[in-house]
Design a protein around this ligand. Structure first.
Ligand SMILES: Nc1nc2c(ncn2[C@@H]2O[C@H](COP(=O)(O)OP(=O)(O)OP(=O)(O)O)[C@@H](O)[C@H]2O)c(=O)[nH]1
Ligand SMILES: [Mg+2]
Length: 437
């Protein structure tokens, strides 16, 4: 009966189930006793270590809950991961610095990817019956580059999460790929193959027929990111170390959610900075469901949109890029889970917009409502800013401030200033909200 067991245990009787288990075995020798006590001591130590780990994990979890969390949102190629790199460059420069060897491999991979796209374009051009800018000589040059092109698949096998080994570069979530690229012998061999053919690559790209073909086909390898065709001599030097700007221009598509912890570095110039987290997510249409679990835990969203009204989405060529961004922006503004969240809008890739306008882009051919406003950079940014601001005001469940910046995320200098201002603003609001709570 329950009562009798309890009362016997309280009385310390030998029927106590614990006492039975703790008692030394009958006839224990002195050596056995020493071994038993040592084992018990070890078990005790392990148990205390486990408790310590659990306590630490809980502390980390509690701290994470209290820390500011920032989510980067926007369509694919809007520049989310590039903005994250800018944050890392400013707030954790030592970590950023330690990754240059891995980025060198990404840059070489981006170069091989461009070469593959060019060779595929040449091949399809040669198959078309119309007059062609290129000839069998170019086909031969591509065949000569085969050893370099083969390396794309070899390196991707090391770091890619899927069987698709050609096409846009993406990696398994987490930082392991950086260690692999920086230290694996296979990757180093691949780099040697590219370096050994630098003259062939340079001569290939120096051919005006090849460049003209890419322009005629309107294949934007220049604008698409990860463009290093004009840097072959420099990036294939044996002692090449990527600059900050090279790393910002290197392209890896984000597949899973990447969580980055920003812990103050003592050597960091950014004094007074508190720890915070940034979440970088994939922007492709099919991956946007992955954003939702973060909505009720983040304090701020940096929403990126290039003003690419002249382009369509890569994953769905029926959808205009700017239209997609506007719909997303309205949804984010209207979401009630995010009603207390600070929204910061970046019009990104402004260098590309400026270059397009210089090259003769006519805005109202793509956006009829732009009408006869000045077809200039200021004209465009003013018009679209007012649009985004109006959606923000109309869709937000309750009033909130509108923060907006024009950015060129591959420009470290101008972006560093903006990142500093954004960081300050987010922490100012966080402090204000904490006081109110
Ligand atoms: N010219 C120019 N290129 C940029 C700018 N911002 C980003 N890029 C480049 O555009 C490419 C795509 O940027 P990412 O940061 O990878 O885009 P993302 O939003 O993370 O894309 P997903 O991971 O596919 O969702 C990269 O190669 C960048 O270097 C910019 O302001 N100007
Ligand atoms: Mg990304």
């Amino acid at each position: 009966m329950a009562t009798s067991v309890a009362s016997r245990a309280r009385g310390g009787s030998l029927d106590d189930p614990f006492a039975v288990h703790m008692a030394p075995p009958a006839g224990e020798t002195s050596d056995q006793r020493t071994a038993r006590l040592a084992a018990a001591q070890n078990a005790d130590k392990t148990s205390r270590q486990i408790d310590e780990v659990l306590l630490q994990s809980k502390k980390i979890l509690d701290k994470k809950k209290a820390d500011v969390k920032i989510l980067l949102l926007g369509q694919s190629e809007s520049g989310k991961s590039t903005v994250l790199k800018n944050f890392r460059l400013r707030f954790t420069p030592q970590y950023f610095d330690g990754e240059r060897a891995a980025w060198r491999m990404v840059i070489l991979l981006n170069l091989i990817g461009s070469l593959r796209v060019i060779c595929e374009t040449i091949e399809s051009e040669l198959e078309s019956p119309e007059f062609s800018l290129v000839s069998d000589l170019h086909r031969q040059r591509c065949a000569d580059l085969a050893p370099v092109l083969r390396e794309e698949e070899i390196i991707n096998q090391l770091i890619s999460p899927s069987k698709q080994l050609l096409g846009e570069l993406y990696v398994r979530p987490g930082g392991e790929w950086k260690t692999i690229l920086a230290s694996s012998e296979v990757a180093q061999n691949s780099a040697s193959v590219v370096l050994s053919m630098r003259d062939e690559i340079e001569n290939f790209w120096a051919d005006t027929a090849v460049r003209e073909l890419m322009e005629k086909k309107e294949i934007p390898i220049r604008d698409g990111g990860g463009y290093f065709m004009d840097d072959v001599a420099r990036i294939t030097e044996a002692d090449y170390v990527p600059t900050d700007s090279d790393i910002l221009r290197a392209r890896i598509k984000t597949m899973g959610v990447e969580e980055h912890f920003f812990e103050k570095e003592s050597a960091s110039a950014a004094r007074g900075v508190k720890d915070f987290w940034i979440y970088d997510v994939p922007g492709q249409r099919g991956s946007r469901a992955a954003w939702i679990p973060f909505f009720d835990m983040v304090q701020a969203i940096v929403f990126l949109t290039p003003l690419s009204f002249y382009e369509v989405l890569e994953e769905d060529t029926r959808v205009n890029r700017l239209e997609d961004s506007v719909i997303l922006w309205k949804d984010i503004c209207a979401n009630t889970l995010l009603q207390n969240c600070q929204l910061i809008l970046f019009f990104n890739k402004m260098d590309i917009l400026k270059a397009k306008l210089r090259a003769g882009l006519i805005i109202n051919e793509y956006v009829p409502s732009f009408a006869d406003r000045p077809n200039t950079y200021i004209g465009a940014t003013t018009y679209f800013k007012e649009k985004f601001k109006a959606y923000h005001k109309r869709s937000s469940p309750k009033p909130r401030s509108f923060f907006y910046y024009e950015t060129t995320a591959v420009d470290t200098r101008s972006t560093a200033k903006i990142i500093g201002a954004v960081h300050e603003e987010i922490f100012r609001k966080h402090l204000h909200d904490s006081v109110l709570i």
